[in-house]
Each structure stands twice: as structure tokens, then as C-alpha cells.
Design a protein around this ligand. Sequence first.
Ligand SMILES: [Zn+2]
Length: 444
Amino acid sequence: MTGPSGRAPMERNTVTEQAVQAGPPGTPGRIAADVFGFDVVAERGRARLGRLRTPHGAVATPAFVAVGTQATVKSLAPEAVAATRTNLLFANTYHLYLRPGADLVARHGGLHRFMRWDAPILTDSGGFQVFSLGASIEHGVGKIGNIFPGEDQDRGRRRLAAGSGMVSVDEDGVVFKSHIDGSRHRFDPETSIAVQRQLGADIVLAFDECTSPLHDEAYTRRSLERTHRWAARSLAAFQATAPLHGYRQALYGIVQGGAFRDQREDSARFVGSLAFDGIAIGGNLGATRADMHAVLDWTLPLLPADRPRHLLGIGDVESIFEAVGRGVDTFDCVMPTRNARTGTLLVRPDLDAGVSGGRLNITNARFQSDLGPVQAGCDCYTCRTFSRAYLRHLFKAGESLGPQLATIHNLRFMARLMEDVREALADDTFLELRARVLRSPLER
Ligand SMILES: [Zn+2]
């Protein structure tokens, strides 16, 4: 078991300034050590155009956060990720704690130097994976998204099981077994913060328990009250410790409470009252899109307006418009990159009359001799360079370049969608953009 050392690694100083300068494009060497802040630039109804400032650069919001679970966006080098103008990554504390271990990452000077990514990074607290991976092993399935077969895999990360023997929760924290080797570990708010100090992300999350739709109202309430005590402990541990890598980190609290209105409202008020730098909305958002909208409607108006808001695990196009319209600033989701690896490419009918619907499966026979790009007018490397027929060929032949090129397109799709969203907020044409992209009637 690799535990937090609690001490600044001496090896940090062996990473020379020259080595930092040789890193990926973006903001090499541009670390503003004490910066964290959020500015609301414009408000359109409840939607916000903002600017998130971190030690590794400023990011315009609303923004999509690409997922790099194991300190990598699967299949892509950092230069290729940066070229899509993706500028925020999300890495997973649970995975990196178990493998390769937070000590090793700390000896590199933190995640940015370990994975050669100089733009902002978020890490989660580890809580989500502790509960969800434990549950998936317990149920004999390999992926979180398969725990409830037939349900939307994009939202699979919210599907957790109660009472798993892989995980036991008590007032102090959680004991869980590694999904890699079955070894036993304990996570609590203090451990989570210590590990996240070692990893050195710009934005870190408070330790929480993720409840599931399988949990009833009474259990969700007991869990919520414990999560609130853990939020206060996370904040105290954060305030009692210093950054290890020479720049400030920001801590977000997490609003839980399942699909229960009074619990979400209590959680929004409580978490919003603590001195967190920002607030994430997590956990079970209900069974349908309408449930998720309701959770956002209950929660967001109660949060402090001057702090950034992150929605955990949501990133499909329709949900982005719904969340942005309700005042969410950032969100992360595995969907665009996971879909890319199976040949599912995101497209916008409003930009390309040749596509219908929001996705195309490049392995489909109809693309066999299609000489056009994935999406006409897309400025990504893949669309500027290769035909649909070539991409289809790569996937059919099982070549690793296929998932790479598809990931480039899907990341650029998300970055460009968010560029359009921000431009529409600036111009006050957000509702028109939403109607155009979703092909839905304009609602005012
Ligand atoms: Zn493209």
C-alpha cells in the first residue's frame, strides 16, 4: 500500500526549469503559484460566462473537462490533446493512488510534470471509485457502466450498489479492496486530501460517499449527514496542510442528496456555507433527464454565485445545454473519449447538412468508400487530413491509429461546442444556439 508521505518530496527540485520548458504546448513554465479565482464575466438568465484562474493558466467557462483517468487521455499524447484546444483534464485519485502510487507522482513534482500536461487538472476525492469499482467487482462485471445492463452507459458512473462486501463505510471513512490485486485500503477525508496534495491537481475534491438509486431516502439522508461531516473534515485537512509542489491548490465541496429535494437543498446550503473554493454536484441525479434537471433546479440557485460550479460525470450535448442554462460552469465526462475508441464519432447536423443525429458509427458499411471528412467544416487534424473511408479502414483493421484519430475529433468536437456556447453567451444568443444544435423549437 502506498500511503501519503505528508512531506514535500525533495526530488521536486531535480525537475529543472529547462525540463518544464520542454513540456507540451500550452502554458510551459507559466505557473502563477498563488492564483485561484473565478470571475463571472456575463450572466444570461441563470447561465454564466466566466473565467477560471488557476496556477496552470486561465480557462474560459463554460468548459468541458476531458477525462484522463490514469494520468492520460487514453490513446493520445498531451500535444495532440492540447491541439484540440482541450484545456482542462480530470484524473482519478483512486486509480493513481493504487497504481502507480501517489508517492511516485509526487516525486515527479505532481501530476502536471508526471504526465507532461501544463494546463489545469482536477482530481476527484477517490470516493466515487471506492464505491463504484467495489460494487462492480461484487457484481462480477468489469465496468461500472455494466452494473445495470441496458441503462445509458454515459451515466453509468452514477450506478452504485449498496452493501457491497468490497466496501465498508463507517463514520471515520471507507475500507475497500483494490480492484487490481484485492489488497485492503482505508480512505478517509484526511487520506484523500493528503493523496490529492501529493498528486498536485489545481482543483481537488472533498471526500464524499456516493449513494445510488438503490439506496432509499432514509439511507441517503444518513449518508448525506456523514458526507457533510466529511466535507468539514476535508476542508480542515486541506487548511491544515500546505501544497507540496510550489503552487496553490483549490478545494471544491460536493453536493449530494440523491434525487430527494429536501436533501439536495440542505446539501447545497450546507456545502455553500463552508469556505470551499468551488462546488461540485455529484451522486445520483435520478433515473431520467427530467430528474437531473430537477436536481439542478433545486441545487444551483442555493449555491454562492461567486464560486465556480462543476457537474460530475455529465457531458452529452443535450445535458450540456441544460446544465449551462441552469448555471453550471464546468463538467467532465468519459463519453466523448470512450465513444471515440469504439468508432462512435460526434457530429453536429447544424454544421454539416450531410449528417443526421449527433453520432455516426464509422465502422458502418456506408462509409466504406466515403471520401469526405468525419464532419464537413471541422477544423480538427483528423477531419482536415483523412477521409471517413480511411478511418473506417483503420477501425476494421484494428489499427491503433483509428481510436487516436477518433479521439482527436471527439475532443475537438467538445472544445468547439464549448467555444460556440461561450460565444453565444457573449452575444446573448445561447437559446438560439441550443435550438439549432438540438434541432428543437426555440423556447424563451
Ligand atoms: Zn473533426
